[in-house]
Design a binder for this molecule. Structure first.
Ligand code: SF4
Length: 308
């Protein structure tokens, strides 16, 4: 089998920096305990589990906002994740007397500033994003002049109260999603000001998928909760490439692999490098007629990524 690892893939600068901070927090004996992470620090189960083992508890409930989750923390240190939080969350944490550590990615902060500055200039802001994503939660916290647009169908229901309209988006959307929804919005609001905010790391990973050699299948290594990983699958599919999301080498189906001759591999911005490396090595060694190469048990999953 010919194996094409796609580059760039994996950790983006925002995730690298959030993980670096989490490792420092885990070692810092001076921080008030307990230490609670508000939401998943990055959308990857393995990373969250390994930090839990080091004493950093994660509070995660996909049906609750960050503001609601904060009700469950009354003492110690709270860590804000790479996806950012609203000003209300920040204020509430301060009022509760919690020690705050903020790992918000700088690209998310730029997107937040874009929304706020346009609201101050008298625009209504249309925000393309997943309604339950923390970035959308923050956008919505800026008031009624922010309208979340998740699907092309949502466009007909937008009722802006301002004449001036600005359009922006969640940093991890796919170029295709943005394009389809943007075209629909331009038809309804031709004068809308467009400020595209997909972060460079997401764009580079999507572009690399579009430019990959011809393959039978593209494997995207990532957590099912990771928006940017799911978007990599959809970008490949938009190009007519068969693609699937796998969490680790254990999700590879040997019978499926026997039907493939050329495969590519990429990974989401929050996928640990070691997990992707294990997939690449397994696929490179895979021989349909040699059963000793078919055992796809993950050694990486058993070890803590951050324990020294
Ligand atoms: S995917 Fe982009 S916005 Fe999200 S953490 Fe990485 S660099 Fe930041």
């Amino acid at each position: 089998m010919k194996v094409f690892p796609i580059s760039p893939r994996g950790y983006c600068h925002g995730v690298v920096s959030a993980i670096r901070e989490m490792r420092a927090i885990a070692k810092d004996q001076s921080l008030p305990k307990p230490i609670t992470v508000l939401g998943m620090v990055v959308h990857n189960k393995k990373i969250v589990q390994d930090f839990e083992e080091l004493g950093l508890k994660t509070l995660h409930n996909p049906h609750k906002t960050r503001l609601e989750l904060l009700d469950e923390i009354d003492e110690g240190t709270v860590v804000f994740t790479a996806h950012g939080v609203s000003e209300q969350v920040y204020r509430k944490a301060e009022e509760k007397g919690l020690t705050i550590i903020d790992t918000t990615c700088k690209d998310v902060k730029t997107s937040q500033k874009t929304i706020k500055s346009h609201l101050e200039l008298g625009y209504a802001v249309l925000f393309i994003g997943k309604r339950t994503h923390p970035e959308s939660e923050t956008a919505q916290s800026y008031g009624d002049d922010v309208h979340i647009v998740e699907t092309p169908d949502d466009v007909k229901n937008i009722r802006p109260k301002k004449e001036k309209l600005a359009l922006t988006n969640q940093t991890t959307m796919s170029l295709f999603d943005i394009y389809t929804i943007t075209e629909k919005i331009k038809t309804r609001f031709p004068d809308v000001k467009i400020i595209e905010e997909i972060c460079d790391a997401t764009k580079a990973r999507q572009k690399a998928i579009m430019e990959q050699p011809s393959v039978d299948h593209c494997f995207v290594v990532g957590d099912p909760r990771s928006n940017n990983s799911k978007k990599l699958v959809s970008v490949a599919e938009e190009q007519g490439i068969n693609a699937s999301l796998i969490e680790s080498v254990e999700d590879l189906d040997v019978d499926h692999l026997k039907t493939l001759t050329r495969v590519s591999i990429t990974s989401g911005a929050s996928t640990p490098t070691q997990i992707t490396k294990e997939v690449v090595e397994f696929l490179k060694a895979f021989d349909p007629s040699d059963e000793t190469t078919h055992r796809n048990e993950s050694a990486v999953k058993k070890n803590n990524l951050f324990r020294r």
